[in-house]
Design a protein around this ligand. Structure first.
Ligand SMILES: C[S@@+](CC[C@H](N)C(=O)[O-])C[C@H]1O[C@@H](n2cnc3c(N)ncnc32)[C@H](O)[C@@H]1O
Length: 341
């Protein structure tokens, strides 16, 4: 859950480049972190169409977004009814304080409490998982605090006998904290579990293969590496080095979101672990990235979010995409009703 860098409130400045001397050269978005800025939050709340417990149903009949609590079995039931999900991609709060912000959305609690919270949402995931399904979980390890909660979480997961570990992926975040006194923190962990025997489609990066030669005899014929391979590109494997962390210059940036995952990473998961029209879900929607990836790849998505502001952002992101084909707002304000001073 690396937060985006250089996030400064832009309600005082129309242009992305600050003109005054003090902030010269700093670029920023038109919306501050909504978990920290209480005043902006308050204004935006009145434009959020969902209240706690309510569910938005896609007029095109594909997706649902609910302001619901991932730890509450009744809430999860309300969103899914009798439907089961082929793929769940969850990015819960990590219990690691980011940017000195101990807010309601990004708070740090005792690790045992955190594991209790996690156990609840994982058991709710199991209640809606298809017999053959994948579960991906993004998680962090706090290098300043015994690397919690990653090891505790992995051990807790062994309680769920229906699930089998399948892979442990690390994504390289291309922007990290530029400390001079330690290794720069650029890793992001992604656990992959399966139930039953879900589909898996091999996917490729945009990085070309460089290995020529490597001759091998196949059915009596000498073949070269490229002739044998299914693609000219390399596979991502379980260390993803080719995905750019989201920041304000990218189209997919959602101003106000503080923990946005790159769309490319979610697209990769959805492509590999689900098929067209499958139900994909995400219990911690935030910027609506799983919803958007599902729309792009013709899957259906049921997603929930505790905070009505992020549920609204998720719905708006889908609507904005359908209207403009844009994946985000870059540094524009997704809430134009809230005037910029
Ligand atoms: C790390 S962010 C998810 C980021 C998301 N993957 C993205 O790329 O935009 C975690 C989100 O979970 C939400 N959240 C926290 N507790 C929750 C709960 N009990 N149920 C549902 N959502 C919750 C927070 O409001 C926050 O938006």
């Amino acid at each position: 859950m690396h937060h985006k860098e250089n996030e400064l409130p832009l309600f005082t400045e129309e242009k992305p480049i600050h003109k005054n001397e003090e902030q010269k050269g700093k670029t920023t978005e038109k919306l501050t972190r909504l978990d920290i800025d209480a005043k902006t939050r308050e204004k935006i709340l009145s434009y959020c169409r969902l209240k706690s417990g309510e569910i938005w149903e896609d007029p095109e009949g594909k997706h649902k977004v609910g302001v619901l609590d991932a730890t509450n079995p009744a809430d999860v039931q309300k969103l899914f009814g009798k439907e089961k999900s082929r793929l769940v991609i969850n990015d819960p709060p990590y219990n690691v304080v980011v940017g000195n912000a101990n807010t309601q959305n990004l708070s740090k609690i005792n690790v045992n409490e955190y594991i209790g919270f996690s156990r609840k949402w994982v058991s709710n995931v199991l209640s809606i998982l298809d017999d053959n399904a994948g579960l991906y979980i993004w998680l962090g390890a706090d290098q300043n605090d015994g690397l919690q909660p990653l090891p505790e979480f992995i051990i807790m997961m062994r309680e769920f006998n229906e699930l089998r570990t399948r892979s442990f992926i690390t994504m390289r975040n291309q922007r990290g904290y530029g400390t001079q006194k330690n290794w720069m923190s650029v890793r992001q962990e992604l656990l992959y579990y399966i139930k039953g025997n879900p589909p898996f489609t091999v996917v490729y990066t945009d990085i070309p293969k460089i290995l020529r030669g490597y001759y091998k005899k196949i059915n009596g014929k000498i073949t070269e590496n490229f002739e044998r391979s299914k693609s000219q590109f390399i596979r991502p494997g379980n260390v993803w080095v080719d995905i750019q962390q989201v920041f304000y210059r990218m189209e997919e940036n959602v101003p106000g979101a503080y923990a946005q995952k790159p769309l490319k990473s979610i697209v990769r998961i959805v492509e590999a672990s689900s098929q067209k029209n499958d139900l994909v879900s995400d219990f911690f929607s935030h910027s609506g990235v799983t919803l958007l990836a599902s729309e792009q790849l013709e899957r259906r998505c049921y997603t929930m979010e505790l905070d009505p502001v992020f549920a609204e952002l998720s719905i708006r992101r889908l609507e904005h995409y359908r209207k403009t084909s844009k994946t985000g707002w870059q540094w524009d304000n997704p809430f134009p009703e809230v005037p910029i001073k």
